[in-house]
Write a protein that binds this ligand. Structure first.
Ligand code: PMP
Length: 364
């Protein structure tokens, strides 16, 4: 197969060795005589897949299984927006949210809908089209939790330092989970839809401090209760077996790459190359995130300078001819977005920088 360079924001590119292993598993899981698509989630063979994936994820994050649990959920990160509030925002409670993008906006909206307490937006970068991460805010010391989004997939900003807070910290890490090193131990709950960095769509991974899970509400439907997933090892009902299988393969691949330190180094190299090129050609292109310290390593957003904007379609068509696909920006912001998750090869980034130079050279 002649693979293209897939810059899509998600579902996104997966490592080729993972695709090969996944394909084998679709035919037969181990020596079971059955496909991963056919096998019972109560079988020994599947349990091995399930528990190994959880162990690998904790190991990569440097977390202990005594303190943290890995949960496999469905409904995407979008369902977590509601689940967080259903489980933790009780009557009379306050929860604080830092809003740095469209996904953060949705997280607050859902919390206001289903939380019994008060969801407050304590900081926002909406004033400048979410082009930076708001870092000045005061958290209510009695807040039930502080919610942030580490990487803003649509706007192309990323939060590299972990905010210091005395209240439990919750993060939507959908688009930079396992892409950079973090002090994961300072988070009480992390959730991520798998389809960007760690697998196919269909599973949402949550990593939570057990002492925080113990505080979740008991008054939520069983299937929406974090305690159910924790107490039943995410096997209360049928889990998305295939998606979890692939998450385990991606985790194995990350370990083989040398863990998060190695993955982060490569991600910095790729993003550095791309931002450097865009800055160099700033008479023609315009990176949309001007706060350089907040530029995402995962989603590089840029536009053509206003006087060249009518060339957008031509730019995309020319890119596609070179097998550079998925560069159209999110429909809500326009422009372009190059998503360069863990599995995205540096050769593809080089190809894009070359195209950026050529296009600017002939049209600018
Ligand atoms: N949060 C972030 C940061 C995202 O990038 C996305 C998906 N693009 C979501 C939440 C929503 O995820 P899902 O489609 O898995 O519900």
């Amino acid at each position: 197969m002649n693979r293209i360079y897939n810059f899509s924001a998600g579902p996104a590119i997966l490592p080729e060795p993972v695709l090969e292993e996944a394909a084998k598993g679709v035919l037969e899981l181990g020596g079971s005589g059955m496909s991963i698509l056919e096998i019972s989630h109560r079988s020994k063979e599947y349990e091995k897949v399930h528990f190994e994936a959880q162990e690998r994820l904790l190991r990569i994050m440097g977390l202990s299984a005594d303190e943290y649990a890995v949960l496999f959920l469905q409904g995407g990160a979008s369902m977590q927006f509601a689940m967080v509030a259903m489980n933790y925002l009780g009557e009379g409670d306050i929860a604080d949210y830092v809003n740095a993008g469209e996904w953060g906006t949705k997280a607050i909206k859902e919390a206001k809908k289903v939380g019994l307490g008060t969801a407050r937006e304590i900081a926002s970068s909406a004033d400048r089209n979410f082009s930076y991460i708001p870092k000045k805010f005061t958290v209510d010391p009695n807040a039930r939790y502080l919610h942030i989004t580490t990487n803003n997939t649509i706007e192309g900003t990323e939060w590299f330092d972990t905010p210091k807070t005395s209240v439990p910290l919750i993060s939507d890490m959908s688009s930079d989970f396992l892409a950079v090193q973090r002090d994961f131990g300072s988070f009480s709950l992390i959730y991520a839809g798998a389809q960007k960095n760690i697998g196919p769509s269909g599973v949402t991974v949550a990593v939570a401090r057990k002492s925080f899970l113990a505080q979740a509400s008991d008054n939520v439907p069983t299937i929406l209760s974090y305690k159910t997933y924790w107490e039943k090892d995410s096997l209360y009902n049928t889990p998305p077996c295939f998606a979890i299988f692939v998450v385990g393969l991606v985790a194995k691949w990350i370990e083989e790459q040398g863990g998060l330190a190695a993955v982060e180094r490569k991600n910095k190299e790729k993003a550095g190359l791309l931002y450097h090129t865009l800055d160099e050609l700033s008479g023609f292109y315009m990176p949309t995130v001007t706060a350089k310290e907040d530029r995402s390593l995962m989603n590089v957003t840029f536009r053509l300078q206003p006087r060249y904007e009518e060339l957008e379609k031509e730019f995309l068509a020319g890119a596609k001819e070179r097998k550079l696909d998925g560069l159209k920006g999110h429909r809500s912001v326009g422009g372009f977005r190059a998503s360069i998750y863990n599995a995205f090869p540096i050769e593809g980034v080089r190809e894009l920088t070359q195209y950026l130079r050529e296009f600017a050279g002939t049209k600018g």
